[in-house]
Design a protein around this ligand. Sequence first.
Ligand code: MG
Length: 252
Amino acid sequence: MECALLLPLSNLDEIAILLDVDGTLLDIAPRPDEVRVPGKLRGILQSLWSQLDGALAFISGRPLADIDRIFAPLILPAVGGHGAELRPTIESKVIDHLAQPLDPALKKLLADIAKLGPGVLIEDKAYSIAIHYRLAPKLGGDVVRAVVAIAEKYGADLLQILPGKSVIEVKQRGFDKGTALRQLMGYKSFAGRRPIFVGDDTTDDAAFAVLPEFSGVGLSVGGIVPGASFNFETPHDVRAWLEQVSKQAEAR
Ligand SMILES: [Mg+2]
């Protein structure tokens, strides 16, 4: 891919790079705890973070603790829990009062959906719960119907259902990757820069939607989405692009 397509990258002083994790930066694994960080990616991200003077962040639905575990020993600025948690710089404490964790009683009801059959996996992300059916694609319809039924009973006006790729997730309303991106852009290392956000799934739509407020650029993975101006075919292409950006910056 030609970086000429991504003109704002000519000057790393003027941009911020914001990256969704699963399906964008990392290949999706059969089980969410099996994702792997390819060998040189940590080094590339570390270099880019430095070249961007700290204006590089993960914007993920995973809890921050999970992100840190996956990328350890690398720590980067990050938004976790779909915007429920924020760490604007690597030195800052995690701001986690942005949302309430999901009601344990509701989580229990949703976790019971796993009983639909083997291969239906529950991922408790504290501020949301994800029900994966990648390993049981035939049960997808049943999983979705069960989630919708529970959400309606519990109070659909309080909850947001996020359908994704072989996954459906439930979180509270009032925060999302868009509100978090807006908040992050207010911090010193990001303020005044043009955000380049890369995302691949429904949960990223909210982030794509706020980009115009910052003259930002949206890049999608695996298919053009509303608000995206360029599409990478796979996470591998995203990683290759990041490496290229970092190398170009180094060469200057
Ligand atoms: Mg994703």
